[in-house]
Design a protein around this ligand. Structure first.
Ligand code: IMP
Length: 200
């Protein structure tokens, strides 16, 4: 069965194809199908945004579509940057500047608790859909550490591993990350859906 991934990011396809490989499903990107669906991320939650993306791409292509949305939620910042993670502080900021802004907002704050969240939604042309969620809990560091990864990785500290996401290898991060957890849950749900819908 062919699924289209609602993203312009080829890395996300590799990641998804690697985890779903043994289910015998084919993943294609919007670009590979020659479509580019502009979806306004107007949802108040990661789940709403993931569903908006999946539904729009499913409608544009007529194929089952997978959409995802992730972000960082900081307790002492009332859950910000949340759904605004990618553009927190303004579209023009670099990842480094965005990390610096969060550190500034957290200056003098003793409650450093934070978590990353990912929602993945799969929407089928027959109206069926399901969602998978993943979380990863940690703390906002006092300074950026590590150069790996992207986004807020250098300031997201995990007590268990005693390092930030920015100090982990891609494999170390994937084993515990919000996206890794969401992808593993998504795989289980997709496997169940395909078993219960052999005609799909
Ligand atoms: P997306 O929905 O996966 O594109 O993520 C939206 C934004 O959340 C990204 O642009 C990053 O700022 C932030 N983000 C999501 N996942 C991660 C992560 O694993 N590490 C660091 N930042 C992340």
């Amino acid at each position: 069965m062919k699924f289209v991934l609602a993203t312009q990011n080829p890395k996300k396809k590799e990641e998804l194809a690697a985890i779903l490989g043994d289910l015998g499903v084919e993943i294609v990107t919007e670009e590979e199908l020659g479509v580019k669906v502009e979806v306004e991320e107007t949802g108040n939650t990661f789940g709403e945004n993931a569903a908006l993306k999946a539904k729009a791409v499913m409608e544009a292509t007529g194929l089952p579509a997978i959409g995802d949305d992730s972000g960082l939620c900081v307790d002492a910042m009332k859950g910000a940057p949340g759904v605004y993670s990618a553009r927190y502080g303004g579209e023009e900021l670099s990842d480094e500047e965005r990390c610096a802004l969060v550190l500034e907002m957290m200056h003098g704050q003793t409650d450093r608790a934070a978590h990353f969240e990912t929602y993945i939604v799969c929407a089928f042309p027959n109206g069926d859909w399901f969602a998978a969620k993943g979380e990863c809990h940690g703390a906002i560091a006092f300074a950026p550490m590590g150069k790996n990864g992207f986004g807020y990785d250098p300031i997201f500290f995990r007590t268990e591993e005693q390092k930030t996401f920015g100090q982990m290898t891609a494999e170390e991060k994937a084993a515990i990350s919000h996206r890794g957890n969401a992808l593993r849950s998504f795989k289980t749900k997709l496997e169940k859906y395909l078993r219960e819908h052999p005609e799909a």
